[in-house]
Design a protein around this ligand. Structure first.
Ligand SMILES: Cc1cc2nc3c(=O)[nH]c(=O)nc-3n(C[C@H](O)[C@H](O)[C@H](O)COP(=O)(O)OP(=O)(O)OC[C@H]3O[C@@H](n4cnc5c(N)ncnc54)[C@H](O)[C@@H]3O)c2cc1C
Length: 447
């Protein structure tokens, strides 16, 4: 078995090998078909560049398979069922995992290599998310809040100074990241947020902004070192008056009012954050003044895409616990898996998982290979996978019978974790609305 330290170089090799394999294809002997595919490959790299790290080349299926094996190996070693069950029971994230995830390279999947990232894309990020979720839904949720909501936002919108200041610490796992958008009164309607940021100068004469307000349900909030915070810089300008800030939680006036107690995702700490005259220097504005809705909306598409891999891992976890059980458990003289009603449920679980997987990876592949981000597919992938994951978890409990209802098997934890994906990162209702609105836009000329 490869040592823990070898994971990172191996994952990097995947990138280099994909570069090597794509290059000859681009310069094959000329024919119309080959010339067209060469052009497509070159265009892919160009289109992909604005949402991908420097020098990104779409990975081959072999590269992705190799990465998947590396994550599975990591999960087997570091994320056993005992670790997952303890995180759930203790309502806490095992802090020693952050540097381990960092050393393996997983915290900066989509970040530039010169700031400690792996320089990979969204298919790779989905694979890591899926495999970590298969081991523990909640640890994977915290992972995604850090690596996608925080790291990838800084990667996409940060200045070179912001990237070098924050990404190194975040990709190594020295610092924990979060993103704070929601408020008690502003969830689905996030633009109605009330946290404000007013121009100010601090006692050292630095120009910046003073933040006041609060944020609710923030993943990693209780332990984060840096938080991407959205606040109103022009309260009367609606969506055109919001700015994103990089707030260090050591700043005076920042506090986590409480760590929230949840039904599921208990290994992922969630907090309510308070901002009481928190001064943020102007060089910590992320993505431009009053520009946060652009940052937020483009971030939400990719966030939904990467998070859609969470339910995939949870569905696989449901299969992992159910399949051996129903083949061992005998009633009426035979394994319960031989009864047609049980087979029907297993077939439905498997089909839902595979269909969800296909949708997520087709969407991620399109982003990696063409750079095109289709809002309706990012919302569609998570809408579909999240609802199917809850159904699979319920079917799993049913197939396990009395044992399914006991906490000593992970089935109940999987169900409690799965339900979050119908709520967090926009509810199922909002996702349906987002898809409907995309059609309204496309067919506006007919109205
Ligand atoms: C565990 C957890 C972690 C989270 N992590 C983060 C985080 O890291 N950062 C962050 O910023 N936020 C986070 N959130 C917040 C999350 O994004 C919001 O809870 C979510 O967007 C829903 O908002 P709400 O809770 O205010 O529900 P509401 O918006 O009040 O919705 C209540 C109900 O009304 C429905 N509804 C609302 N509007 C409409 C509409 N127009 N049409 C039809 N139905 C509608 C909803 O679908 C829902 O069923 C997290 C939440 C949870 C539970």
């Amino acid at each position: 078995m490869a040592s823990f330290q070898t994971l990172r170089p191996l994952a990097r090799t995947a990138v280099t090998s994909s570069c090597r394999r794509l290059a000859p294809r681009t310069f094959s002997p000329p024919s119309i078909a080959v010339a067209a595919s060469s052009l497509a490959v070159r265009q892919q790299s160009r289109f992909a560049s604005s949402k991908h790290p420097k020098g990104f080349v779409p990975p081959t299926p072999d590269d992705l398979e190799e990465l998947r094996e590396r994550v599975q190996e990591f999960a087997r070693r570091e994320l056993s069922e005992e670790v997952a069950a303890a995180a759930d029971k203790n309502n806490d994230f095992p802090a020693e995992l952050w540097p381990k995830l960092g050393e393996a390279g997983f915290l900066g999947i989509t970040a530039d290599e010169d700031v400690g990232g792996l320089g990979l894309g969204y298919q790779a990020h989905c694979i890591v998310m899926e495999e970590l979720s298969r081991a523990s839904g909640s640890i994977a949720l915290s992972y995604a809040a850090h690596s996608q909501l925080c790291v990838n936002q800084i990667q996409l919108h940060g200045t070179p100074e912001q990237k070098s200041k924050y990404l190194q610490k975040l990709t190594s796992g020295e610092w924990v990241g979060a993103l704070a958008m929601s408020e008690t009164g502003a969830g689905s309607d996030v633009v109605s947020m009330r946290t404000t940021a007013k121009e100010a100068t601090d006692e050292q004469g630095r120009r910046g902004y003073v933040l006041n307000g609060s944020k609710m349900w923030i993943t990693n909030g209780p332990y984060a070192d840096v938080v991407v915070v959205y606040a109103k810089t022009k309260p009367d300008a609606g969506s055109k008056g919001i700015t994103a800030f990089l707030v260090e939680t050591a700043s005076s006036g920042f506090s986590c009012a409480r760590k929230l107690d949840k039904m599921g995702m208990r290994g992922s700490p969630t907090g309510e954050l308070m901002f009481d005259n928190v001064f943020v220097p102007e060089d910590r504005v992320l993505g431009g003044l009053h520009e946060a809705v652009r940052v937020l909306m483009s971030g939400l598409d990719l966030e939904r895409l990467v998070l859609s891999a969470g339910p995939l891992g949870l569905m696989q976890a449901s299969m992992d616990v159910t399949l051996p059980f129903v083949h061992q458990r005998k009633q009426f003289g035979q394994p319960v898996a031989h009864f047609q009603l049980v087979q029907g449920k297993l077939a439905d679980m498997y089909t839902k998982m595979q269909a969800s997987r296909s949708y997520t990876y087709a969407t991620a592949r399109q982003v990696d290979e063409t750079g095109e981000i289709r809002t309706q597919d990012c919302a569609g992938a998570i809408l579909y996978a999240a609802e199917r994951a809850t159904e699979c978890a319920l079917d799993s409990i049913q197939l396990l019978g009395g044992m399914g209802y006991m906490e000593e098997l992970p089935a109940s934890r999987i169900l409690r974790d799965a339900k979050l994906y119908e709520i967090g990162a926009g509810t199922s209702e909002v996702r349906r609305m987002v898809i409907g609105r995309a059609f309204n836009k496309e067919y506006a000329h007919l109205a």
